[in-house]
Ligand binder design. Structure first.
Ligand SMILES: CC(C)(COP(=O)([O-])OP(=O)([O-])OC[C@H]1O[C@@H](n2cnc3c(N)ncnc32)[C@H](O)[C@@H]1OP(=O)([O-])[O-])[C@@H](O)C(=O)NCCC(=O)NCCSC(=O)C[C@@](C)(O)CC(=O)[O-]
Length: 307
């Protein structure tokens, strides 16, 4: 049942950087995307077309998309919460867009300023317009394992949003543990409910590593046959509307796990570690990836290579 191949969706440029307080130049974001694609990443969530008042770090969305040297075979996605976002995004020619809802009413209000039912109403024309332009639509269900405002979130609540997303034609469903509180059995229960409405090939897991459970949760999903996961290079990130939430699971850590399981992700770990070191250097800190740091520590220092 464990898949032989896994698709990794690199969310570092968007999910990872959206929460950075310090300015990150568009040129550095573009450079990061280029390094990720050179490492073999085939799905990259580049930016979001949301209100710059809400998420100032993504205000350079158009500039970043325009600066990409696209590689054939790589899919570039962007977040679009409403028609205004989609209309702004279309000129940038994304391969995929992401509408993002939540399994928790409280989080929906804080993140996108509307109820779950209203969010679905907003997404419906976005999905229709994206399809009319031949663009695939992913739907993210935030707080599928717990909410920073509401607390517990049940599998019923996850299934409700999965069903609503399916009804409006969302092609793919991402089950997101925004605050990283999920543990393997609960993650499997939430996934199984999503799988009542989506085929295995169209569900993915998005696990923040706040409580150190992300890799275990990915393994639990692999046991169900799930073969698509979001991950963030160097463990970048957090959510602006989930205080204390840390980054998504580090892509380097996921690739190392997959290699050990003989699961092909198509990603070159060394080049990925370079990409993580690059963006961590831009941000002035060490990568938040155990594997990234372990690989870097084994490399000869400049003095050693010169000797
Ligand atoms: C959704 C809105 C826009 C609703 O915000 P709103 O205030 O309800 O929207 P509105 O339609 O009333 O418009 C208010 C103002 O926003 C502007 N506006 C309206 N829409 C847009 C747009 N698309 N792009 C640019 N500007 C926009 C609009 O033009 C207007 O501007 P003003 O007249 O005041 O100058 C707002 O709540 C928002 O931008 N929220 C940001 C949400 C966000 O980006 N969160 C982080 C990403 S989600 C995430 O990280 C979770 C995920 C996916 O990774 C999975 C997980 O881990 O959970």
């Amino acid at each position: 049942m464990i898949p032989h191949q896994v698709r990794l969706v690199e969310v570092g440029p968007r999910d990872g950087l959206q929460n950075e307080k310090q300015p990150v130049a568009a040129a550095d974001k573009i450079d990061l995307v280029h390094r990720l694609q050179a490492a073999g990443v085939r799905e990259i969530e580049v930016t979001s077309f949301v209100s710059p008042k809400w998420v100032p770090q993504m205000a350079d969305n158009t500039e970043v998309m325009a600066g990409l040297q696209r590689r054939p075979g790589v899919r570039y996605s962007v977040l679009t919460p409403n028609m205004k976002g989609l209309e702004a995004a279309l000129a940038s020619r994304p391969d995929e867009i992401v509408v993002f809802g939540a399994a928790s009413e409280a989080f929906s209000q804080r993140n996108i300023n509307c109820s779950i039912a209203e969010s679905i109403e907003r997404f419906q024309p976005v999905v229709q317009a994206a399809h009319a332009h031949g663009i695939k639509v992913r739907g993210a269900v935030s707080c599928a394992l717990g909410c920073p405002y509401q607390g517990e979130v049940s599998a019923d609540e996850v299934e409700r949003v999965a069903r609503l997303m399916r009804e409006i034609g969302v092609d793919h469903l991402g089950v997101a543990d925004t605050i990283g509180v999920g543990t393997p059995k609960r993650v499997q229960r939430a996934m199984e409910r999503a799988l009542r409405h989506y085929p295995l090939s169209e569900v993915s897991g998005h696990f923040h590593d706040t409580y150190g459970q992300a890799l275990a949760n990915i393994y639990a999903c692999l046991e169900l046959g799930v073969a698509t996961f979001d991950a963030s290079v160097a463990g970048l990130g957090g959510c602006p509307y989930a205080k204390g939430a840390t980054g998504n699971v580090a892509t380097e850590d996921v690739v190392f796990l997959l290699q050990g399981l003989d699961i092909d992700s198509g990603v070159d770990l060394d080049r990925l570690v370079d990409a993580g070191a690059f963006i961590s250097g831009v941000l002035g800190r060490k990568p938040v990836s155990r594997v990234g740091n372990a690989v870097l520590a084994k490399r000869p220092s400049l003095q050693e290579s010169a000797a």
